[in-house]
Design a protein around this ligand. Structure first.
Ligand SMILES: C=C(O[C@@H]1C=C(C(=O)O)C=C[C@H]1O)C(=O)O
Length: 182
């Protein structure tokens, strides 16, 4: 696997103030839990769950050293893709949180947000260009047509005990933030 493409997105953006988009991008709780409130049927589609190599220097810095695993999913609301998410974690995290290996179609958040000591770093935001979005779709193997607004992503590191997971979430064009739904 090549390093995850989100490492070269233009991070560090500020979300539009007092907007539905800003509200979703800064959701501190489980995104899965919030999405479920808007869907009759919610599901996780696993796109890939594999060993990632080589790591980019930025990823080595944010993760513990050693081998890294990358899980990529789509979160679907009533069969419409609303979020693309990638989760990067090291072999040390895999050892500290063995349930990560067998997640399958269970949402990562339903595991991580059970932890009473869960901590989250501040959100880093990016607005993707049409080229970056198309490149991600091609590599990750999903199709969710762009609309008239460019999609926004957030990333932060979730940690519990010795486990730490770098979670990147991209709100896809059909999702609530772009339809002024909170
Ligand atoms: C971290 C969460 O889990 C969600 C589900 C994910 C998965 O199943 O891989 C990844 C990122 C999140 O969008 C959450 O619910 O906040």
């Amino acid at each position: 696997m090549t390093p995850s493409v989100d490492s070269d997105w233009r991070w560090g953006r500020s979300a539009p103030a007092s907007s539905a988009l800003g509200d979703w991008l800064h959701e501190p709780g489980s995104l899965t839990r919030r999405l479920r409130r808007h869907c009759r049927h919610f599901r996780v589609q696993v796109l890939s769950d594999s060993v990632l190599r080589p790591l980019t220097p930025a990823q080595v810095e944010r993760l513990q050293a050693g081998q890294a695993y990358c899980r990529e999913v789509l979160l679907l609301c009533d069969e419409v893709p609303w979020v693309y998410a990638s989760s990067l974690y090291s072999s040390a995290t895999q050892a500290a949180l063995p349930a990560l290996a067998g997640l399958g179609s269970k949402a990562l958040g339903e595991l991580m947000f059970e932890a009473t000591d869960l901590q989250r770093t501040p959100f880093d935001l990016a607005e993707l260009s049409a080229v970056e979005y198309r490149r991600l779709q091609t590599r990750a193997g999903f199709n969710a047509a762009l609309s008239d607004t460019l999609p926004w992503a957030r990333r932060s590191t979730l940690s519990t005990g010795a486990a730490r997971v770098l979670v990147t979430e991209l709100f896809l064009p059909a999702s609530a933030p772009y339809r002024n739904i909170v």
